[in-house]
Ligand binder design. Structure first.
Ligand code: F6P
Length: 467
């Protein structure tokens, strides 16, 4: 697709995000090993020629790469002071903003916004300012800058001050909190965050629901969204890439291994997540146990394949959650398992080929987050499924807006309801399942990553921007 806009002669595109498209590990012998990441943004940006991705150096390997001047063309890694980064990323982004937007606080005792919070907030400002300065330095006159996510909420406002000539977009990949919950934040911080994003010409979200919540916060707290336009772009699955990748030999190998673990003639309930509090893995396991308890006919006849890949392990609450998932899986296996049947097969080592293998052989996919910006697993499974897969989907996932009609929809807090939904999914007829899977796959691929990215870019470039 062409990236030349009729509305603007400038084609340079800059993207800013905490995590970049490449990361480095430092070997014991001093060598640097580069690992390229995937995801919607990587494949979206591949549609553009003149581009620069500004991201943070995240570990020792990345920092060493910056020091040695090693890098990928089109990527600028910022070597922000490690303590500043830790306070901004672990302290504010992941422990405050993520918790607010996913409504994860145990509110009788938290959050506590004290002097330590203020200290971390100052680091978050410093970290955002480093991005704004780098973008201001790199952008050609009139360039388009697409700032990503809650890590960088202050960047649009800061960048606007430095470079009023730029077209600035901000994209939130998370949900947005409803105003009553957003107001847990100290008033000055809430205002600063909203003003930060409103420094953009366009603020965009994955679903209408999150966009409306943002508008609600701006209206109640600031009296409106000012001149910033609000967009909705529902990132879809990358069908061509997934279908091809899911049929490579390593995926076939992993399918054979999984089949062996499952055993002949048994049905499978599959889930694939980062071990993330919002993904609701523990309640999912409780629901599976409730299924085995209430409907003993499923014992020995079904296996729950759960992939829970470690995430944000610097934070104690994530480590505890990971441990809770593992111990509950062990408990269920102890309680119901037999000589030839392991009820829960839990894998924690991230392996994309194995995830695709599980997608292909799943009879049922369980996607039950308590809150989720979109959830691409719900969109990827129907695309690669071999024989049709019933989708049990939380109504609190952004994907529900597009997939709700052909999924079996659950309230993620309702364990009994989720167990019933699993039973319904397991007993769905083959015809019904393949009909639904086909429709789910169509809805899931309506806006593949490149189109998703170009849609945002075009909207940003074509809007009238009198300044
Ligand atoms: O959902 C928001 C998001 O930024 C995703 O884009 C990404 O998958 C995840 O959070 C990143 O988490 P982290 O970079 O902390 O591992």
């Amino acid at each position: 697709p062409s990236t030349t806009s009729s509305a603007s002669p400038v084609s340079q595109v800059l993207v800013a995000s905490n995590r970049g498209p490449v990361s480095y590990t430092l070997g014991e012998d001093g060598t640097l090993d580069a690992k390229r990441g995937g995801g919607g943004l990587v494949s979206g940006l591949s549609a553009v020629d003149d581009k620069l991705w500004v991201c943070a150096a995240l570990g020792d390997g990345d920092r060493e790469a910056v020091r040695r001047g090693v890098g990928e063309p089109g990527v600028r890694m910022l070597d922000i002071d490690a303590e500043v980064h830790a306070d901004a990323y672990n302290g504010i982004a992941n422990s405050v903003l993520w918790f607010v937007h996913h409504m994860l606080y145990q509110t009788p005792v938290e959050p506590v916004f004290d002097a330590e919070f203020r200290r971390q907030w100052a680091a978050y400002e410093t970290y955002n300012r480093a991005f704004a300065r780098a973008l201001a330095e790199e952008a050609e006159p009139g360039a388009s800058v697409l700032v990503q996510d809650y890590h960088l909420a202050l960047v649009p406002g800061m960048l606007r001050e430095l470079r009023p000539d730029l077209r600035i977009g901000h994209f939130s990949h998370t949900p947005w909190a409803p105003v009553d919950y957003f107001r847990l934040l100290p008033d000055d911080i809430a205002e600063q965050l909203l003003h930060g994003i409103l420094g953009a010409d366009r603020a965009a979200f994955l679903t209408r629901r999150w966009a409306d919540a943002f508008i609600g916060c701006c209206t109640e707290i600031l009296g409106g969204t000012g001149r910033t336009r609000i967009g909705v772009h529902g990132l879809g699955a990358d069908a061509d890439f997934l279908r091809e990748r899911a049929h490579e030999p390593d995926v076939d190998e992993r399918m054979a291994a999984l089949r062996e673990q499952v055993g002949e003639g048994r049905k499978t309930i599959v889930r694939v997540d980062r071990t993330e509090l919002s993904k609701n893995i523990v309640r999912g396991l409780h629901a599976y146990r409730a299924l085995l308890e209430a409907r003993p006919e499923w014992r020995e006849r079904v296996v729950h394949i759960a992939f829970a890949y470690p995430s944000r392990q610097d934070l104690a609450v994530y480590r505890d959650y990971t441990a809770a998932v593992q111990s509950l899986a062990t408990e269920i296996n102890g309680q119901y398992g037999t000589e030839g049947w392991t009820p829960v097969v839990l894998h924690v080592k991230d392996d994309f080929a194995r995830s695709l293998a599980a997608y292909r052989l799943a009879d049922v996919a369980l996607v039950n987050p308590i809150r989720d910006g979109m959830n691409l697993v719900a969109k990827e499974v129907p695309v690669v499924s071999d024989q049709g897969c019933a989708l049990v989907l939380s109504r609190e996932a952004g994907a529900y807006e597009e997939l709700g009609e052909d999924a079996i929809v659950v309230n993620p807090y309702d364990v009994t309801g989720t167990a019933d939904a699993l039973h319904e999914a397991l007993t769905m007829s083959g015809d019904e399942r393949s009909g639904r899977t086909k429709r789910l796959a169509e809805a899931a691929t309506a806006l593949p990553p490149q189109a998703w990215f170009l849609e945002q870019l075009e909207a940003l470039r074509q809007d009238e921007l009198p300044r």
